[in-house]
Design a protein around this ligand. Structure first.
Ligand code: NDP
Ligand SMILES: Nc1nc2c(ncn2[C@@H]2O[C@H](COP(=O)(O)O)[C@@H](O)[C@H]2O)c(=O)[nH]1
Length: 328
């Protein structure tokens, strides 16, 4: 499959339709994803500098989707128990190694079924992921299984056929990502077109993962078929973000690093990520509220009342329009 139309977020603008609401507050940004409905179609990336247990609890309590990362594997069972004790949903990540299969058996034996499990590896179109989907569906049949990451319609179909309830699309578009440079592969530079191709092939929800630089990119992801949008760097600069706070020459930053960076792995082996500093942005609650308001505006420009009305708008390709003086 060679994609015929290739574009990314900055190359596209959505075309407005006549407004049918009196106020943006009437626009409904909520989305059904798996067993729950969430306030906005946005999930912080399952990365160590983006999400931790405290933030996960706050997000669940406040109607947002989260996916806990998998880099403290021994804490996951306790995390699920703690979330369930508080009457909150549990959403965890797993890898594909034998120890992860053993962990799934441990959860089944303990009767602790997370509502969401994300299989999170770099190259998700693989037999190892297909085996993990099968194991999850057999051992924890109540869990909603998200599988990734992938970048092709073939991969989406194969993982869905294996039993995945949703797939996650994005190989290399992330801000901390160097996959494109190190391997020559991926959807970096044409992530939005890849989301479109994958979503067209999908029969189940697709998560667009990586490359979101502006709030408007979330609406563009929805237009091109995503049901949920995973965001790393844009949500990593907050007070609640787990990365360390650093002040340089009077300006404050938070640390952000790739899950396949040397910093995360503790060794320079198969490194496909880097670390960087993200300007400090205050409270994540304010940013999520701003995202919701911007999405309400998007829905109004789409001539709609609800999130999925954005799906039906026309668009134009305008090369790099966002970068032509519109940065803020
Ligand atoms: N979205 C993206 O573009 C990317 C995301 N990441 C993130 O980095 C983290 C680490 O990812 P990952 O290294 O996959 O996790 P793991 O180190 O857990 O690797 C998962 C398993 O897949 C194998 N594997 C990994 N990559 C390949 C490949 N290209 N071909 C064949 N086998 C492979 C690994 O073996 P072995 O290590 O021996 O090869 C390992 O057994 C994850 O959170 C992932 O999401 C990483 C890169 C790209
Ligand atoms: N190639 C790599 N991709 C990575 C790594 N760590 C995380 N990721 C992916 O990036 C997104 C977040 O992207 P952003 O543009 O919103 O910052 C995240 O969800 C992963 O899919 C990595 O080390 N290498």
């Amino acid at each position: 499959m060679i994609p015929s139309e290739v574009f990314d977020y900055e190359d596209v603008q959505l075309i407005p339709n006549k407004c049918v609401i009196e106020s943006r507050s009437e626009a409904d940004t909520s989305v059904q994803f798996g067993p729950q409905t969430f306030k906005i179609p946005v999930v912080p990336a399952n990365m160590e500098t983006v999400i931790n247990e405290e933030l996960a609890q706050w997000l669940a309590e406040n109607g947002y989707f989260y996916v806990m990362h998998r880099f403290e594997p021994e804490r996951r069972l306790g995390f699920i128990e703690r979330m369930h004790e508080r009457g909150l949903y549990a959403s965890i990540s797993v890898g594909v190694k034998q120890s992860e299969h053993d962990f799934i058996d441990e959860l089944a034996a303990a009767g602790q079924v997370p509502e969401y499990v994300t299989i999170d590896i770099a190259h998700g179109h693989s037999d190892s992921v297909i085996r993990m989907i099968a194991h999850l569906k057999q051992a924890l049949p109540g869990a909603f299984v998200i599988a990734g990451n992938v970048g092709t319609p073939e991969a989406v179909r194969e993982l869905e056929n294996a039993g995945a309830d949703a797939t996650k699309v994005g190989i290399g578009p992330g801000k901390a990502c160097i996959t494109k440079l190190k391997t020559g592969f991926g959807t970096g530079g044409w992530q939005l077109a890849a989301v479109r191709l994958c979503a067209k092939a999908a029969r189940k929800p697709v998560i667009a993962d990586g490359g979101i630089r502006y709030n408007g990119d979330i609406a563009k992801s929805i237009r091109f078929g995503a049901t949920m949008v995973m965001v790393g760097s844009l949500l990593a600069g907050h007070e609640e973000s787990p990365g360390g706070k650093i002040t340089i020459e009077g300006k404050t930053y938070k640390q952000y690093w790739g899950s396949a960076s040397e910093k995360q792995k503790g060794a320079y082996r198969n490194v496909e990520g880097k670390q960087m500093l993200i300007p400090y942005r205050g409270s994540i609650a304010d940013t999520l509220q701003e995202i919701r308001q911007d999405l309400q505006s998007s829905i109004s420009y789409a001539g709609g009342q609800k999130l999925m009305d954005i799906r039906h708008v026309d668009y134009v390709i305008v090369n790099n329009s966002v970068l032509n003086g519109d940065n803020y």
